[in-house]
Write a protein that binds this ligand. Structure first.
Ligand code: SF4
Length: 313
């Protein structure tokens, strides 16, 4: 029996970037250059350090650990702990209608729930007011993060309709200065650790050892409501329709044909030497270029690799 293809928040993020990528992701025949990119990996590790730091402010928190691919067990562990009236969980897992998420930090007091997404992005908490612009849209630099939170809130509400969920972004506060020298040395990146983040925290380190807090808890209830209600990235579909559209195509492994264009420039499925494996980029362009440019005749990799107008600067 084939393994079910659950739609996760990382796949949602990928699909928002370009829905065609859903077809190429996690397939061994298509090379994904982002998995080999040491700069991106460094960024991810920095994010994990910040996540461990954020967890320190919730000393009562319980981490849901276990095999990342055994969704059933992770959900069962989460559900058992959620039976408590009050509980704080790190990485709780939710699976509903083919949608799967893990939440960075979830604080539950009765049916009042805080959904907290930790990011290594910085913010000046003293001057911050709202991520909604004067035109009533979401600022471009933060949109992907807020869509991530909106997706999590959407899945949690499907799973727990009685909960009253308040979403937050937990960001590094650049209006604050750390009062502890070498704070980052307490969060060492290691190849393997008990924690999902692969960060080892100095044994015995407590919240009190962290000095002045340098993380800002930013409430994003209005921003998430705007996304769930109006879905600003797609005027033709509601948020609910967008999620189902992506989920169903991913589950059935059906390619969504997105138009080729400037957004393909940094596509992670572009192989420089497509002879060595399948290049999703070359596949997209060979399928779609004949429709856009019938004058080019037979499309070869040499034609696809010719300089593009969007590369001129
Ligand atoms: S080549 Fe372009 S259309 Fe194809 S997956 Fe990459 S970004 Fe999407």
């Amino acid at each position: 029996m084939n393994k079910p293809r659950y739609f996760t928040k990382s796949r949602f993020k990928l699909a928002l970037d370009c829905p065609t990528k859903l077809f190429y992701t996690r397939k061994s025949e298509y090379e994904d250059t982002s998995e080999m990119d040491s700069f991106l990996q460094g960024l991810a590790q920095g994010g994990f350090q910040v996540e461990e730091l954020a967890r320190m402010y919730f000393p009562e928190g319980v981490a849901i650990l276990g095999d990342d691919h055994n969704y059933g067990k992770l959900v069962a562990r989460t559900n058992k702990l959620l039976q408590r009236e009050n509980v704080t969980l790190f990485e709780p897992a939710f699976l509903v209608n083919g949608l799967f998420i893990r939440v960075d930090i979830l604080e539950k007091k009765g049916n009042q729930v805080c959904l907290i997404e930790v990011k290594a992005k910085s913010i000046d908490s003293e001057s911050h007011d709202s991520f909604i612009t004067s035109k009533g849209t979401i600022g471009a630099g933060i949109q992907a993060y807020l869509y991530d939170v909106a997706f999590q809130q959407y899945v949690i509400q499907l799973s727990q309709p009685d909960w009253n969920v308040t979403p937050y972004l937990n960001l590094v506060d650049k209006s604050k200065q750390t009062t502890v020298n070498g704070l980052n040395s307490h969060f060492k990146i290691v190849p393997n650790s008990e924690l999902r983040t692969n960060v080892e925290v100095t044994p015995g380190l407590s919240k009190e050892d962290l000095g002045e807090p340098i993380m800002a808890m930013i409430k994003v209830q209005e921003e998430v409501a705007l996304i769930l209600d109006t879905n600003p990235v797609d005027c033709d579909r509601t948020f609910d329709e967008t999620v189902k559209f992506f989920r169903d195509h991913y589950a059935e492994d059906i390619k969504i044909q997105n138009e080729i264009g400037a957004h393909c420039r940094d596509c992670e499925f572009k192989l420089d030497n497509p002879g060595t494996g399948k290049s999703g980029y070359h596949e997209c362009w060979s399928e779609q270029l004949p429709k856009q440019r019938p004058d080019l005749g037979t499309i070869t990799n040499e034609i696809i690799d010719q300089p593009k107008s969007y590369e001129v600067w």
